[in-house]
Design a protein around this ligand. Structure first.
Ligand SMILES: [Zn+2]
Length: 274
């Protein structure tokens, strides 16, 4: 396959061999079908106890870049069976365009470069932003760093919830919302707990550390709750995709209200789920 080398660099799929004692990761399937060749890439953010509900399938009209998923989010819903969005939204034709949904806070999309994401996630709300390892990850809004992890402690033979994110950063936005990005290949040197970050500032690079089988950024939105250590809330409480749509289109739709609503219903769980 002429693009095998490039694909191999992107995939870095974690071995699922006999040594694994827990159920293997089950990955969503991303397939780019080009005119002359079929290329399939297994990616996702695995869960040991739930099948991913998202399946991405995009077709690219650019046969020269089969390894780069389209970054036109509007083309994805057709491949998302459980999507709640209209079947074929478009930034230019959707009644309320993402760019038009604004707030007083500034926001930017967390990944710079080609990427794609679905309207679903596996067993809890979050977004897996599929992107090549090494791409820039940036602070989505102004805020202060809450937590940083620079060491990948994840053991597939003894998977712990606290370790599944691999290298990660969480930020408390000035909007009062916590933003979490994980599976990074690198956390930027200056990013430490307590450090103030500016919207758009680089915080790391896309990777596949932790419970991950391919390069992507797991992105979670939650109330700050315990601020540190509460991975079960930090990983994601409300679905990010509608905000990602807005930020990608240059809008500033804010998750403040959705996060406040979630907290009013759920409080702040103080114990990890069993
Ligand atoms: Zn994920």
């Amino acid at each position: 396959m002429r693009c095998a080398g490039k694909m191999a660099a992107v995939m870095r799929v974690r071995p699922s061999g006999a040594k694994r004692t827990t159920p293997p990761l089950r990955w969503a399937l991303v397939a780019w079908l080009t005119a002359g060749s079929g290329v399939a890439l297994l990616v996702g953010c695995g869960s040991a106890d739930a099948d991913p509900t998202a399946t991405w399938s995009t077709s690219s009209s650019d046969a020269t870049t089969p390894a780069s998923p389209t970054d036109t989010a509007a083309s994805l819903p057709a491949a998302s069976p459980s999507a709640t969005a209209p079947a074929s939204p478009s930034a230019s034709t959707t009644p309320t365009s993402p760019a038009a949904q604004g707030s007083k806070y500034k926001y930017v999309f967390p990944v710079v470069g080609h990427n794609s994401y679905a309207r679903t996630h596996h067993d809890y709300p979050a977004s897996d932003i599929i992107a090549a390892c090494g791409l820039k990850i940036r602070a989505v809004t102004n805020g202060v760093v809450l937590e940083v992890n620079r060491v990948d402690k994840f053991d597939p033979d003894n998977p712990k919830g606290a370790d599944k994110g691999g290298l990660f950063v969480s930020i408390l936005g000035d909007d009062g919302v916590r933003y979490y990005g994980s599976h990074m290949s690198q956390v930027t040197a200056s990013i430490e707990a307590g450090v103030r970050v500016t919207v758009g500032q680089q915080i790391g690079k896309v990777g596949t550390t932790g419970n991950s089988g391919a390069c992507h950024l797991h992105f979670g939105i939650s109330p700050p709750c315990m601020k540190t250590g509460d991975w079960w809330t930090r990983r994601g409480a409300v679905y990010p995709w509608s905000y990602l749509d807005s930020w990608k289109a240059g809008g500033t739709k804010s998750p403040v209200a959705a996060v406040a609503s979630w907290k009013s219903k759920n409080g702040c769980p103080t114990n990890a789920p069993s």
